[in-house]
Structure formats: structure tokens, C-alpha cells
Ligand binder design. Structure first.
Ligand SMILES: [Fe+2]
Ligand SMILES: [Fe+2]
Length: 197
């Protein structure tokens, strides 16, 4: 493995084995469910959710390349409308404020979080456009060249965002967040899932 490959694996949060497992053994049209008890280890829970987003980005690129699988497309649309939106709220309402409380000035966490929140806004606007394109595709309409570019750009946006969170934000959180703040985050994640929609 080259140094550049190692960097790429680190940024996406995937090691060689996981990449091989993802590409060779798993159905590429399936987004794995989150392991329920992982919520008691909230940083691992967020990292696992990033793996699901990475799979969603892979599926988006497959759609842009012309692949079609009805059940997988339906699951992808549901993931983008529900799970992906919920993840953003998990971070903005739970993870980011708790992390900000625990960080030291030299962590310069404020500008990083501001950048990530800006990217979440782009996620929400681009996500709405792309789910509309996927729904049209499901309804039998072919994608145009611009549609494919929009879908690919959204997939790239998801991947670069989670790479920053995995490579920069989560490592800071693992150092700075103590047992009390991790417990508080776990409680917020649970309460958000228990609340009526
Ligand atoms: Fe995020
Ligand atoms: Fe995230």
C-alpha cells in the first residue's frame, strides 16, 4: 500500500479489510443497520453512521453511472430523507455543543464546527434536489447529464465531509470528551430516537 492510499483510507475511516469487505462481500445496494447497543458508545455510533453514509455515497455513484435496483433505490431515498437528516441533527443538537464545551482554545474547534454546519446546510439543499432526481428515476424517467453530475457532486460532498469528521473531529472528541460528556451525548441520541416524530 502506498502512503497516499493509507491517507485516503484514514480519511474515509476505512481500512483495507473493511474496504475489501464492503466491495466484495456485501450487497452494494444495502445500507447496513446501526447496531443498537452502540449508542452507549456515542462516538463509535457516529463513526458507524458515517460508514452507512459512505455506502449511500457509493450507491449514489452507482445510480449516476446508470445502475438501477428498485429496492436499493427506495432504501437510499429513505436513508437520505430520514437517517441522514437525523445524523445532521444528532451532530448539531448533541455532539457539536458537547464537544465545544470540552475543547480547549488551542483545538480551534469553533471554526471547524462552523465549517461543518455550513456543509450541513449544503447537504440539506442538495439532498432535497438529489432525492427528487432519484424519485424521478424510480418513476421511470432517465437521468440527464446534469442530473448525473448533481448526484455525483452530492456523493463527493458527503464523502469529503465525513472524511473531515472522521480524521479531525472524532479524534479530538476521543481525547477531549470525558465520561460525563459521552454519557450526556448518549442520552441525547437516545432521547431523540424515543421522541415522537
Ligand atoms: Fe456532519
Ligand atoms: Fe457526521
Amino acid at each position: 500500500m502506498t502512503a497516499s492510499n493509507e491517507t485516503s483510507d484514514d480519511l474515509t475511516g476505512y481500512g483495507e479489510g473493511e474496504r475489501a469487505e464492503s466491495s466484495e462481500l456485501k450487497d452494494p445496494w444495502v445500507i447496513e443497520e446501526l447496531q443498537a447497543d452502540l449508542i452507549d458508545q456515542p462516538l463509535d455510533f457516529i463513526f458507524a453512521d458515517h460508514r452507512r453514509q459512505r455506502q449511500a455515497a457509493l450507491m449514489l455513484n452507482m445510480v449516476a453511472a446508470g445502475d438501477f435496483e428498485e429496492r436499493g433505490m427506495r432504501d437510499l431515498i429513505k436513508f437520505l430523507k430520514d437517517d441522514f437528516v437525523r445524523h445532521i441533527a444528532d451532530e448539531e443538537l448533541g455532539f457539536f455543543p458537547l464537544l465545544r464545551e470540552r475543547c480547549l482554545p488551542e483545538d480551534k474547534i469553533g471554526p471547524l464546527i462552523a465549517r461543518l454546519v455550513d456543509e450541513h446546510k449544503d447537504d440539506e439543499s442538495c439532498g432535497a434536489t438529489v432525492t427528487g432526481l432519484l424519485e424521478n428515476r424510480l418513476a421511470g424517467h432517465e437521468l440527464g447529464d446534469k442530473d448525473r453530475r448533481d448526484i455525483t457532486a452530492f456523493a463527493e460532498h458527503i464523502l469529503q465531509h465525513l472524511a473531515v469528521e472522521n480524521a479531525v473531529l472524532l479524534p479530538i472528541a476521543r481525547v477531549r470528551m470525558d465520561d460525563a460528556s459521552l454519557k450526556a451525548l448518549s442520552t441525547i441520541l437516545k432521547e431523540r430516537r424515543a421522541a415522537p416524530k
